[in-house]
Ligand binder design. Structure first.
Ligand code: AR6
Length: 181
């Protein structure tokens, strides 16, 4: 069984086998966790992201601004790159769904956690650090985001021994702690 741990802090400071990035379909970087990971991890991560992206099929998705993203990783999927200068072996990039009040996208959010663990298993990672995917720029309410995160990791069969949720602020930490109680 996977042990679940909660840490309040910065995910780029974690020492684990794999750090999960809350990326976007372009895999070319962004703000939030994504920006922090590329900043601290250095250019090797972006270089591998570009190569992975080139091998992806063209996506019909558009960015939130309406621009076609071209080649892209579909929402809910995950891919791995080097962790560059981070204290980890891999970064697993996953694309969370943008929160919608009119459409239930919770299956896609659960898929991010499940697919990240599947990729971690393929790599042989034993420890993994997750951010609260989609709960920042993508607008997912933190209590619901925490519920989906904890339920999905608990329900996923994996060889990962420790899953650490790294929460940036007290509010997010409390939301996850409530799910573990
Ligand atoms: N360590 C841990 N958690 C963090 C950190 C950090 N260094 N920085 C922010 N958080 P977000 P999303 C928290 O916005 O909602 C990017 O532009 C934050 O408080 O990083 O999935 C991508 O390129 C929040 O609770 O990811 C995409 O375009 C959580 O991490 C888009 O943002 C996730 O916030 C993805 O949006």
């Amino acid at each position: 069984m996977t042990a679940i741990e909660l840490v309040r802090g910065d995910i780029t400071r974690q020492s684990v086998d794999a750090i999960v990035n809350a990326a976007n379909s372009s895999l070319l970087g962004g703000g939030g966790v994504d920006g922090a990971i590329h900043r601290r991890g250095g250019p090797a991560i972006l270089e591998e992201c570009r190569k992975l992206r080139a091998a992806l099929p063209h996506s019909r998705l558009r960015s939130s601004g309406g621009t076609p993203i071209g080649k892209g990783l579909p929402t809910g999927q995950a891919v791995a790159t080097t962790a560059g200068e981070l204290d980890a072996r891999w970064v697993i990039h996953t694309v969370g769904p943008v929160y919608s009040q009119s459409e239930d996208r919770s299956g896609l959010l659960a898929s991010c956690y499940r697919e990240s663990l599947r990729v971690a298993d393929e790599l042989g990672a034993r420890t993994i650090a997750f951010p609260a995917i989609s709960t920042g720029i993508y607008g997912w309410p933190i209590d619901d985001g925490a519920r989906i995160a904890v339920e999905t990791v608990r329900a996923t069969h994996t060889s990962v021994e420790e899953a650490r949720f790294v929460l940036f602020d007290e509010r997010a930490y409390e939301a996850f702690a409530a799910q573990l109680r």
